[in-house]
Design a protein around this ligand. Structure first.
Ligand code: NAP
Length: 300
């Protein structure tokens, strides 16, 4: 029987509705409008698309969006000066520096210059440490979106076997921490993992964050398992016409959907949740900054 589709697009719309409702309450009850500042250095086309989309969705939920577009050759000291200015601006509750940065800029230095309370990407070393020790933190958006969908589908994740394929700082590692926080038994697999198919076959929950198109076939999936496909890969699609491409995940959807209990599609799964969680993090940061109660269900 084919798996249940976990509709990230629809779920993201409900997250944005919750954020918008909370923003409206912050405005009416406290006269506060949350603000998100996005910093883009250079002209990477994919980054430009992401930044535009983030700005548009920020405004749509009623928050203020501040876009800072800097030249590709901006110096580290100028970028750090801007971050310092945003750290000290009370109208800004969230700061996101779009990655990757041009090669002459030290990403770790730049990210760690952001006030951790405004670090809505959750990449600051303080937030990484807080998440790792089970304390209140800003949680990276993509894994937060995956967790929200898993909780929505399963209710409790306690005691489930979870395998996260990928150990990046932005997806794999924080995803594993979040699953551990929800009392899963977690395995983190990576390029050196032995017998990956066998490791994946043990999992009740598989999160694939590899960046290799359709790498995980259906016969690696335990029947009935829940599959969260984080991968976004563009491949040739000659069936659509010459030179055409299409997006696929890290999971071979057509075979996995026959075996899994539930699965996220690509596109329309994890992707739309990421920006929704960025908006959720911004409203959470705003509530914390103002000593106000946080909205329910918008963080880990
Ligand atoms: P990354 O930094 O390149 O990390 C990839 C991970 O996959 C690494 O840990 C690597 O292992 C592991 N890996 C590579 N080949 C493998 C193999 N053959 N078997 C097992 N593990 C293997 O990538 P990322 O930033 O985490 O992103 C992963 C994917 O998610 C990409 O497709 C990216 O586009 C997508 N993504 C989507 C969203 C979204 O919003 N939906 C957000 C972020 C990323 P080693 O550490 O051993 O090299």
């Amino acid at each position: 029987m084919a798996a249940i589709l976990i509709d990230g697009k629809a779920f993201a719309a409900t997250v944005r509705e919750k954020v918008a409702a909370h923003v409206a309450r912050l405005k009416s009850d406290h006269g506060i409008t949350p603000g998100l500042a996005v910093v883009l250095v250079g002209e990477d086309p994919a980054s430009q698309v992401y930044v535009r989309s983030k700005g548009k969705q920020t405004v749509e939920v009623g928050m203020n969006s501040y876009e800072h577009k800097l030249e590709a050759d901006t110096s580290e000291s100028d970028l750090l000066a801007l971050i310092d200015q945003l750290n000290n601006d009370p109208a800004v509750n969230g700061i996101l520096v779009q990655l990757p940065l041009p090669g002459h800029l030290n990403e770790d230095l730049v990210i760690n210059a952001i006030d951790p309370a405004k670090d809505v990407d959750g990449f600051h070393i303080s937030n990484v440490g807080l998440l790792g020790t089970g304390q209140k933190s800003m949680v990276p958006c993509t894994p937060l979106g995956c967790l929200m969908m898993l909780r929505d589908h399963h209710g409790s994740l306690s005691g489930m076997d979870a395998v996260v394929i990928g150990r990046s700082n932005i997806v794999g590692k924080p995803m594993a921490q979040l699953l551990l926080g929800d009392s899963c038994t977690v395995t983190i697999a990576h390029s050196r993992t032995k017998d990956l198919p066998d490791v994946v076959r043990r999992a009740d929950i598989v999160v694939a964050a590899v960046g290799r198109p359709q790498m995980v076939p259906g016969d690696w999936i335990k029947p009935g398992a829940t599959v969260i496909d984080v991968g976004i890969n563009r491949i040739d699609a000659p069936e659509k016409g010459e030179g055409k491409t299409r997006l696929v995940g890290d999971v071979d959807f057509d075979s996995a959907v026959q075996v899994a209990g539930a699965i996220t599609p690509v596109p329309g799964g994890v992707g739309p949740m990421t920006i929704a969680c960025l908006l959720a993090n911004t409203v959470t940061a705003c509530c914390r900054a103002n000593g106000l109660e946080e909205p329910e269900g918008l963080t880990a």
